[in-house]
Design a protein around this ligand. Sequence first.
Ligand code: ADP
Ligand code: ZN
Ligand code: ZN
Length: 752
Amino acid sequence: MERYADVVLPLAQPAYTFAVPEGMELAAGCAVEVQFGPRKFHTGIVWRVHERRPDFKRIKPVQRPLYDRPLLTAAQMKLWEWVASYYMCSLGEVMRAALPSLMKPSADSRERFADEEFRPRTECYLSLAPELRDEERLHEVFEKLERRAPKQYEALLELVSAGDGGGLPEGEVPRRLLQSDRAVLHALERKGFVRAAEHERTAERGEAVFRLPQLTPHQQAALDELRRQFADGKATALLHGVTSSGKTEIYIHLIAEVLARGGDVLLLVPEIALTAQLIERMERIFGSRVTPYHSRLTDRQRSETYLRLNRSEGGEFVVGVRSSIFLPLARLQLIIVDEEHDASYKQAEPAPRYHARDCAVMMARIFGGRTLLGSATPSLETWLHASGGKYGRATLSERYGDARMPEIIVSDTLRAARRGERHAHFNKLLLDKIGETLGRGEQVMLFQNRRGFSPYVECTECGWTARCPDCNVTLTYHKAGGRLVCHYCGHSEPVPAKCPSCKVTDVVPMGFGTEKIEEEIARIFPEARVARLDRDTVTSERAFSAIVAAFARRETDILVGTQMITKGFDFEGVALVGILNADNMLNNPDFRAGERAFQLMMQVAGRAGRRAQGGEVVIQTAEPGHPVVRQVVEGDFGAMARMQLADREAFFYPPYARLTTLTLRHRDLQLLRRGAVHLAAGLRRRFGRRLLGPMAPPVDRIRGEYLLGLLLKIESGASSARARELLGAELQAFAQHPEFRHIAVIPNVDPQ
Ligand code: ADP
Ligand code: ZN
Ligand code: ZN
């Protein structure tokens, strides 16, 4: 009987069927090399092997298997299928995000297609010869060597002590971990004192007993509560704890339990350079058990990690960013999502536009494990589930030890201006406090949310502003290079000397970003050492670490920054945090603006006073009475949640509705408009008033293409599978429409 394999290729296409050559062993989840198109070779994943001959003529054969065992487990395949179906993309697009890039090479000739990547790395392991495992005999050898060959003596000593500590069988030690000279080790091997063996890399397992922190009674109660709820069958729980309350300590206890049982753990962290800090902290407790997975690994390291995990026997602990949900952890029992509210868990571009937190919740079901969501300021989606009893919940309302919550002071910018108490972008109050703090030898952080308020240039005479020729946005002024830059397409041009429109005056920078703040504060406090942390100064991992390390060593007095400074930093010396402009966060035209502003301000505030003396936070705003500002001052998450949720319910937004946006894109605006109206009409027939649009998005032209948007709002209680089915059918018809089929339509499910 002929056999066929449906193979998923890393393309935006459905699985494609190939013939399985006689005698080739293939199972679902295997990686294979296939030829697709006239001369392209790809890695594909076998999704199904069957005997139904497809109805096209030339059926190409599978070239060869690439790996000696399935690359995906059945549970992983279910996850891919769920992601593809829920986020409306192809399995091939999921494959692109899920597999390390070296494991899915594409090449235009067979010769160039190397399967090197699929070979598990081997290395040399050394161990004491069995004869020497006798205490007396070993002693003899040591004595002899000590006199005659001191170098060999030291090498043997190193090997014995390294082999003692490690948990590898037979006291094996990877050669690369030994300091001793290769030649010396080789001599010992020749004398028969040492055995060498070349085999697959195993994880170096340090001590199996982890040094766990002693929990405070509050922390212990929260941990017990989580354990009880998980045992009662809650698959997902929220750990809601103020900053610095010891959420991480609770994670550590839960992780240790799972590892001790031989289960796997995945700890997800937001996509920021800060992962290094957390990984270090985890390594201090779990040693070499920790497997990091983030954007700073090389491609090679990623595929090595993937393959090692694929062959693992369990007891793995991965700390990683969103794409690590796709790693092969066959015994996954616990997923922890730290800072679960963080928007970077959602991949915006390209497909799959998945949300790693939501996938983690789904994975608890697929893998039969538990998912813990941790945050000081949970997302309202999670909060509502926890309040309604769908998720378990535990709360930590106090900071650890003597650390107190900082005192938050609101400073009215309009009143300060009226009284002449405003210099540059600072109220006198904030400047006074900065002066005092610096006087005491303590540190200051200044937060400026650049989003929505980037510096641009304007003509004071006619109001002309510089805009990108290809995207409908103002260009951002970068003082450093004296240039105007488009943050959407990268277009850049010099600042014009005279206004190109009226030719009367010079153009001047308006608005303010972090760069401007840095310049002003350095002028006001000339003796202070000022640094800046934002996407422009952080050009590399090294640049980031250098800025952070200098601040940690107190070589910098004032750190100015964007969101980047808000997350998880633990700096002892920070006594004052200034939020320069709360208004542009609050007035962002986004239904999540209030929630996000609260989260951001609470996170920034949490940076102050991680110590006994407490700390101060100054919030500058033109609306000191704004409810969200009041809620931040009182640290009242519950009040914020109640108020925002009432609004969401009234205006039918998440978590009461599920949103899907459709973005249509084309160079010809007239065609695009007609297409959008056509698609909207079709969708309206099926969804009625749940469909909104067409409307122009905030940026309606990017790289010369026009954009139009549609928005679908479905009741949370309704079947989302049914809605996707109807939407999918409509999109398919649109993709085949004779006039509109060249219009790109990009669905984004649960946009952030
Ligand atoms: P969170 O994750 O809630 O922000 P952390 O777990 O980072 O809080 O704790 C804040 C600080 O307090 C850390 O420096 C941590 O080491 C310390 N800490 C918290 N709980 C304990 C504990 N039980 N024993 C020792 N140190 C603790
Ligand atoms: Zn542009
Ligand atoms: Zn002008």
